[in-house]
Design a protein around this ligand. Structure first.
Ligand SMILES: [Zn+2]
Length: 289
């Protein structure tokens, strides 16, 4: 049976980007928030990559989002800008450890490496702790989440395909977090909505930075059939280049609707694919474009 959404003031099914900061300096300066991404879909609530500020941003969100209502916390990789509020988010999901609840899904080195990011004392709080693997498939309520392959990002990093029901052939949402581009990358992420972490505006010559850059996106998106692409997780040079202008340019170049996330951006997931005019863009919270 489907649960009903209990978030007053939000669509039944939605994604909210509590933060859009990527990499160190934007996080440290909080030029943009480094909080995570909230998804409510088919009554399941989950938080992806609860970076620093997630607890505060969720509570101060308009309307507020209550981390106690989470059913799962998903970590794409262990870097601090993704995991800073992981422990407090797990504590909230489990009512301070009083109610065994929810799932944690994370890569092996985030859970069991030499320097895991989930505190030992919290590990009995969630109902389950799931270790990501290549071609992994995980059930969260009626939803299915897949982690097709390891990405290229120094630490163990996985992208996500989120299916609205276990029977669906095409994911509703594909999320490609921090990674270097490589041939065939997007072929593994065929969601109707594609979320791309784009830290860099252009390649930095001589530096081996394991991130996507804006200049390579048009080539990557060529011939692909996304209904909406959302760029997020911006480093300093992306912010200076005004991501909303870059997104517009990319839309024109590719014919695919591309938008740049801003802190607080909320998308109605039921309008993905039904609204060519970008009606999926529900609202932004801080007046940014
Ligand atoms: Zn990273």
């Amino acid at each position: 049976m489907k649960k009903t959404s209990t978030h007053k003031g939000y669509p039944d099914n939605f994604i909210k980007f509590l933060g859009t900061a990527g990499a160190r300096f934007v996080m440290i300066s909080q030029l943009r928030s480094s909080a995570g991404t909230w998804i409510t879909l088919e009554g399941e609530n989950f938080m992806i990559d609860p970076g620093p500020g997630t607890l505060v941003r969720a509570a101060k969100s308009r309307p507020p989002l209550d981390l106690r209502k989470l059913d799962a916390v998903i970590l794409t990789h262990r870097h601090l800008d993704h995991s800073g509020d992981l422990n407090v988010t797990v504590e909230a999901m489990t009512q301070g450890g009083w109610t065994r609840n929810g799932a944690v899904l994370a890569p092996p080195d985030a859970l069991d490496g030499n320097d895991p990011v989930l505190h030992e004392y919290l590990r009995s709080y969630p109902e389950e702790i799931l270790t990501m693997k290549e071609q992994g498939s995980y059930d969260i309520g009626d939803l299915k989440i897949e982690t097709p392959l390891k990405l290229r990002h120094g630490v163990e990093t996985f992208g996500l395909n989120i299916y609205r029901s276990k029977e669906d052939e095409r994911p509703l949402i594909s999320l490609v977090p921090d990674t270097l581009n490589f041939p065939g990358l997007l072929g593994h992420f065929p969601g109707k909505l594609l979320i791309l972490n784009v830290v860099l505006s252009h390649e930095v010559p001589g530096k081996n930075i394991d991130h996507l850059n804006f200049d390579e996106l048009a080539g990557m998106l060529e011939g692909r059939e996304y209904e909406l692409v959302v760029l997020t997780h911006f480093g300093m040079n992306m912010i200076k280049a005004k991501p909303w202008i870059l997104a517009e340019r990319l839309s024109e170049e590719t014919g695919i609707k591309v938008v740049a996330a801003s802190d607080g951006l909320t998308l109605d997931l039921d309008s993905i694919g039904h609204d060519a005019d970008g009606g999926a863009l529900h609202k932004t919270e801080n007046g940014e474009k």
